[in-house]
Design a protein around this ligand. Structure first.
Ligand code: ADP
Ligand code: MG
Length: 538
């Protein structure tokens, strides 16, 4: 069979460069990445077997073999394997969006460790320790296999080969041992054992070396809370989220009775770059009695909590359950409600007990959580309770209860103005009267703010009122005097006749230094919303 030499896609090549010059101090993680891929492949194989008898196989596992003399390390799985196209598409390319941005940040050295993996660069980490990698694979159900090889420069070779076992084996040709650093000899069995134990203990398939099984395979969420070490949670979080930063908080739930389930959820500390993209991975993993069923089960959490990572293990679902059935399942809907409630109440606890973490949370995810104010009426109160907003009262964001506590005597509304930035809003003539009379105004700058303020009437009985709309009555506001109305009547008539695009021109007390301002109808769109619609061509 002929061997083809292909080039890595440009972005993949740049990432490889970063790996070869290893920007990470901890190289151990390459093995974790390989095992994680093997585990994913075994999950897929198990699932494929449930759907198609011919693909069914027992004894799913990972084998690790090291050869100290040849300086190689091989990680083999009998998982789903890859076709030739898979290999070219998955290993030679970085398909996921946002890679350019990642690369920029990696190169600028902005917390690089936390970015790796989020974008499917996991496999490439092997080039931190390898001067050559050889991958042999056969997709379950296919006749022939594929050999892929690269030494981490710009190209790889690929050829079709016969007699390859189903699954994938990755052979790492280790760089020459670092004399001074015997601790990092990855051909050393002791070292391998240590890494597997540390990073991959919870993997639910046996990871073997010779006759020995290296991992305990115990599901974290099934172990008593007190027994699980923080470090184990952290590793598990990395495994499922591909996020290297520490989670802000960990949530464990358990329900017994008619519908049993266990959940282990994580609040991430930073928003992934693709939070607002349609194809983004979100949702949590669904297990049934410790058996992995699917990733990204959006049905288990409402959209506005899509950044939450974790696992839900339900006892009474069929292993064959499909996404379509999940969507309709009454129990799943019930779980979703409970998880949503619990996540929101956990954030409320953070607010009280760890304001620093709360602020991080809201900065990263507030924009998403507020989407819940558009639908999900059952979450409105909980969301408004944990929301905070920029305000004229100070530099720090304020919660609504803090705003209400500062309301002036006789003030019965929560005033806000939407716009593109704090500065833009603060310079608006609409703000003048409020500033002069020292009424606090919330400064809402997220696009979603435009919409939820329409959907949500009030917070604790205090209505939301845009300062840019209609005749805002400031409680202490003076009326426009008779005299002045008379004096300006002719001018107003003339203006009203002359300005075709303007519905009405009237005198106001709301301005203190600007001569005039445009306001919208009480029923009309706010200026930013109008701009948004116009931009969308409506
Ligand atoms: P990620 O795991 O985040 O998707 P990786 O770079 O680790 O990114 O792997 C890229 C892709 O290559 C995987 O998504 C998977 O489709 C494929 N792959 C890697 N290793 C294996 C394996 N052992 N068996 C099957 N497919 C694999
Ligand atoms: Mg991976």
């Amino acid at each position: 069979m002929s061997t083809e030499t292909l080039e890595f896609q440009a972005e993949a090549r740049q990432l490889l460069q970063l790996m070869v010059h290893s920007i990470y101090s901890n190289k151990d993680i390459f093995l974790r990445e390989l095992i994680s891929n093997a585990s994913d492949a075994l999950d897929k194989r198990r699932l494929a077997g449930l759907k198609d008898d011919r693909l069914r196989t027992d004894d799913l596992h990972v084998d690790i073999a090291a050869d100290k003399d040849a300086r190689t390390l091989t990680v083999r799985d009998n998982g789903i394997g890859m076709s030739r196209d898979d290999v070219v598409g998955l290993i030679g390319t970085i398909a996921r969006s946002g890679t350019a941005e990642t690369l920029r940040r990696l190169r600028e050295n902005k917390e690089p460790a936390e970015l790796i993996g989020q974008f499917g660069v996991g496999f490439y980490s092997v080039f931190m320790v390898a001067d050559k990698v050889s991958l042999l694979t056969r997709k379950a159900g296919e006749e022939t296999g594929v050999r892929w090889e690269s030494d981490g420069d710009g190209t790889y070779t690929i050829e079709t080969v016969e007699d390859v076992p189903e699954g994938t084996s990755v052979t790492v040709h280790l760089r020459p041992a670092d004399e001074e650093d015997a601790l990092h000899d990855y051909a050393d069995e002791w070292k391998i054992r240590e890494i597997v134990k540390r990073y991959s203990d919870f993997i639910s398939y046996p990871i073997r070396m010779g006759d020995e099984t290296l991992n305990s395979m115990k599901a974290l969420w099934a172990r008593p809370r007190s027994e699980v070490k923080d470090e184990e949670y952290r590793e598990f979080y990395r495994h499922i989220s591909h996020d290297w930063s520490e989670p802000l908080d960990i949530i464990r739930m358990r329900a017994e009775g008619t519908f049993e389930y266990e959940a282990l959820l994580f609040l991430p500390a930073r928003a992934p770059h693709d939070l607002f993209q349609r194809d983004a991975r979100h949702g949590v993993q669904l297990y049934v009695k410790r058996v992995f069923i699917m990733d990204d089960s959006r049905e288990l959490l409402p959209d506005h909590l899509r950044f939450v990572k974790g696992v839900v293990d339900a006892a009474d679902l069929s292993l064959n359950i499909s996404r379509e059935i999940l969507q309709q399942d009454r129990h799943i809907q019930m779980i979703r409600r409970r998880l949503a409630k619990k996540v929101l109440s956990t954030v409320k606890d953070l607010m009280r007990n760890d304001p620093e973490k709360y602020r991080t949370f809201w900065r990263e995810f507030g924009r998403v959580v507020k989407e819940g104010l558009l639908g999900a009426p059952e979450d409105h109160k909980a969301i408004l309770d944990i929301a905070s907003f920029a305000s004229t009262a100070g530099e720090e964001p304020t919660t609504l209860s803090e705003y209400v506590a500062r309301m002036k005597d006789g003030q019965d509304k929560i005033y806000f103005m939407t716009g593109e930035s704090r500065a833009q809003i603060e310079n608006s003539p609409h703000m003048e009267a409020f500033r002069a009379k020292e009424y606090e105004v919330l400064l809402l700058t997220d696009p979603v703010d435009e919409i939820w303020v329409e959907a949500v009437r009030d917070f604790e009985g205090k209505e939301f009122q845009s300062v840019a709309r209609g005749a805002v009555d400031l409680p202490s506001g003076e009326e426009v005097s008779q005299e002045r109305s008379g004096a300006y009547a002719a001018l107003l008539t003339w203006l009203n006749e002359t300005l075709d695009d303007v519905k009405d021109v009237r005198l106001t007390t709301r301005l203190t230094s600007s001569p005039a301002c445009l306001v919208n109808d009480a029923e009309g769109l706010t200026p930013t919303l109008e701009k948004m619609y116009r931009a969308m061509g409506q």
